[in-house]
Design a protein around this ligand. Structure first.
Ligand SMILES: Cc1cc2nc3c(=O)[nH]c(=O)nc-3n(C[C@H](O)[C@H](O)[C@H](O)COP(=O)(O)OP(=O)(O)OC[C@H]3O[C@@H](n4cnc5c(N)ncnc54)[C@H](O)[C@@H]3O)c2cc1C
Length: 383
């Protein structure tokens, strides 16, 4: 009898699971991938798109090109999941599953501040990265031409909100873009202002101490203004407003201050933890046989410690869940997932990075080279 697997989400978890299932699932299994976007995006390289220091074809790939006809692809947003009837609703169509994998990731979190949502640029997708590059080139070109000092100051200032890995990598890549612009227009050198805002009292609060120090040194060396303990409460076209009544004047305001899991309405309603689907050791959604969840939308308790929302976690979960789905179809017991933390790369601008690999610390050019090699390899594995 045909076994119908539906995978929701064409990101790290969903794509890898589909790839592995194509190899391991019995022949009479059908795999349907439903995703809002029709491309796979290697998000850890998105900040490099802004400085154009990476080729497009190692960041993004159409899902159809990855799978050909071997996976039935539906471009669309899953609006609802009915666990009782085992169906996923996409617009006016319903798709029936025997096994379901939810891997819908996360979306930007504006913490309900409407003015911030309206005036800040999100940074999550390939489109966001390309739009930001265009916006910055446009602002700098207009700033160069305008004589109005207030307007000029605003157009030549960039503020990134959020000093997690994305915010830090982003502002340093923007600095690379600015360096290219200033080379052609040296008169702008002293007018450009790059600001990184952070609500916590330190940058990169959840990252290895050695990488944090590398980042702090690099930000200082590159002339980036870093402000900690600054919680953004409001934004308008010209400025960002802080809880302590200070404001930052900048036409380009980028929001890298957090993401929230994508939560699809379900029947019956699922109890979420911090918006994420709780999964057991085998990555099965608690209380639901045959429904699995991986990546940023899932919460997995690793001996009392929650796993971070990273590509490495989603990748390893995707790999493991494919084995468990194949086992389920073959009526073999499913096995517990174990996360193996291999390290973390932090890009610190062009040809500069900080790396922790199996607890070894590497920085500068060698770390950037290693990151590039590993990321190219991972992209190939994914696509
Ligand atoms: C700018 C940026 C930089 C990052 N840098 C790093 C890094 O350096 N290192 C690292 O480890 N991690 C990094 N991450 C985090 C990493 O990208 C995520 O943890 C990882 O992508 C999570 O994988 P996932 O499969 O859960 O979700 P995603 O890869 O986000 O994929 C989710 C998929 O689900 C689809 N989807 C969403 N909602 C629906 C719906 N309702 N119906 C159908 N489809 C839907 C989306 O279109 C998408 O295709 C970064 C993230 C960003 C945004």
């Amino acid at each position: 009898m045909v076994h119908r697997v539906i995978i929701l989400g064409g990101g790290f978890g969903g794509v890898l699971a589909a790839k592995r299932l194509l190899k391991s699932a019995p022949r009479d299994t059908t795999i349907r991938l439903i995703s809002e976007t029709d491309t796979f995006t290697f998000s850890p390289r998105l900040t490099e798109v802004v400085s154009q220091s990476v080729r497009r074809d190692i960041v993004i790939k159409p899902l159809q090109a990855i799978f050909g006809g071997r996976v039935a692809f539906v471009k669309g947003k899953a609006d609802k999941i009915n666990f009782e009837d085992r169906e996923v609703v996409v617009g006016d169509r319903a798709y029936i599953y025997d096994t379901l994998l939810i891997a819908t990731g996360a979306k930007p979190n504006f913490f309900g501040i409407e003015s911030v949502k309206k005036h800040c640029t999100p940074f999550k997708t390939f489109d966001d990265a390309e739009k930001l590059r265009r916006q910055l080139l446009h602002n700098f070109s207009d700033g160069q031409k305008t004589a109005d000092p207030k307007k000029r100051k605003s157009l030549l200032s960039v503020a990134v909100v959020g000093a997690g890995p994305t915010g830090v990598e982003l502002i340093l890549n923007i600095k690379n873009l600015v360096d290219d612009i200033v080379e052609r227009a040296p008169e702008l050198k002293d007018e450009v202002r790059l600001v990184l805002l952070n609500s916590a009292d330190t940058i990169l609060p959840f990252i290895d101490e050695r990488q944090r120090r590398d980042a702090e040194d690099r930000l200082e060396q590159q002339g980036i203004e870093v402000f900690c303990n600054k919680r953004v409460t409001k934004a308008d076209e010209e400025s960002l407003y802080m809880q302590d009544n200070t404001k930052i004047f900048a036409a380009a305001k980028i929001w890298a201050a957090g993401v929230q899991p994508v939560a699809i309405p379900t029947y019956p309603t699922m109890e979420l933890i911090h918006g994420r689907l709780p999964v057991d050791k085998s990555l099965q959604v608690r209380g639901l046989k045959g429904v699995f969840a991986v990546g940023d939308c899932a919460i997995y308790d690793n001996e009392g410690e929650q796993l971070p929302p990273t590509a490495m976690v989603a990748f390893q979960m995707g790999e493991h869940v494919a084995k468990n789905i194949a086992n389920r179809i073959n009526k073999i017991p499913i096995t517990p997932f174990e996360y193996d933390h291999k390290g973390y790369f932090l890009l610190l601008g062009h040809n500069n990075a900080s790396a922790i690999v199996k607890n070894y610390h590497l920085k500068g050019y060698p770390a950037a080279r290693m990151r590039d090699v590993v990321y190219r390899f991972r992209f190939k594995q994914m696509t």
